[in-house]
Design a protein around this ligand. Structure first.
Ligand code: COA
Length: 259
């Protein structure tokens, strides 16, 4: 399928989805949001793809936010209707395969919220991160007020959201908002290294492990531990569990089938 606002590349088991409005710092308009959701649907259905990487085209930005031009004439009720499914940030959050944010520059507003909905955040040392909505008299609406404080300390989330200030990649890494920071020219190689490490594992085990870890952000400890136990029991029904254990005991590499 041809897209106007994104580029989709399949590199073996890893798909790289690039936000592609570099002259607008990859600000997300409605078309781009729809195309991202559609591409994620395709990637979820494609068994050859094991991991998705989200990044920005060009050298300056991951995503500099939602396209502010679209806010100008939007009414309250129109905004409310946009929250009906499919909703971009929910689609990223619910994506069944691992999804890595490869943050190559400005990561602001909806860009930061998109990265927060991903499973990991790896950034160039040039990245700048922030939730600047307050500067234009609005608040984060793509999950920022809820996901950011689950990733960084509450006071830091408050500071970012209430001041609207941008922070450097180094500072974002220090507070836990970024998992890793690389030299700018190493970003893609490092991200692909991690993506391919994951892609080498049993896809069914990866899926269940991701589901269990994500549940930890939503469940209390006792319920979360029970949930983990049920998924652990479930994984014992898979061919890949049989194969992985047998391969270890036979001292050979496993051959995963994803079943
Ligand atoms: N929505 C719409 N357009 C945007 C945008 C956004 N969120 N972010 C950047 N752009 C556009 C600019 O309007 C400009 O377009 P133009 O060339 O047609 O005038 C182009 O992208 C380049 O941006 P510019 O501001 O000239 O680059 P800069 O290097 O001087 O500044 C930023 C970079 C990121 C600091 C600045 O663009 C900015 O503050 N963007 C808005 C960030 C934001 O508030 N995001 C949250 C929205 S809720």
């Amino acid at each position: 399928m041809a897209y106007e606002t994104i580029l989709l590349e399949r590199r073996g088991p890893v798909a790289i989805l690039r936000f592609n409005r570099p002259d607008k710092l990859n600000a997300m308009n409605s078309k781009m949001k729809d195309e991202i959701i559609s591409a994620l649907d395709d990637l979820e259905a494609d068994d050859a793809i094991r991991v998705a990487v989200l990044t920005g085209a060009g050298d300056k930005a991951f995503v500099a936010g939602a396209d502010i031009n679209e806010f100008k004439d939007r009414s309250s009720i129109e905004q409310w209707d946009l929250y009906q499914e499919p909703f971009l940030y929910g689609a990223v959050d619910r994506f069944k395969k691992p999804v890595i944010a490869m943050i190559n520059g400005y990561c602001l507003g909806g860009g930061c919220e998109l990265a927060l909905a991903c499973d990991m955040r790896i950034a160039s040392e040039r990245a700048q991160i922030g939730q600047p909505e307050i500067n234009i008299g609005i608040i984060p609406g793509g999950g920022g007020t809820q996901r950011l404080p689950r990733v960084v300390p509450l006071g830091k989330a408050m500071e970012l959201i209430l001041t609207g200030d941008r922070i450097s990649a180094a500072e974002a890494h220090r507070i836990g908002l970024l998992d890793e920071v690389t030299a700018h020219d190493q970003l893609e190689a490092r991200t692909m290294e991690i993506a391919n490490r994951i892609a080498d594992k049993s896809p069914v085990a990866v899926r269940l492990a991701k589901q269990a870890v994500k549940a930890s952000t939503r469940m209390g400890l006792d319920a979360g531990l029970r949930y983990e136990q049920s998924l652990f029991a479930l994984v014992f029904a898979t061919h890949d569990k049989e194969e992985g254990v047998r391969a270890f005991l036979e001292k050979r590499p496993p051959r995963w089938t994803g079943t």
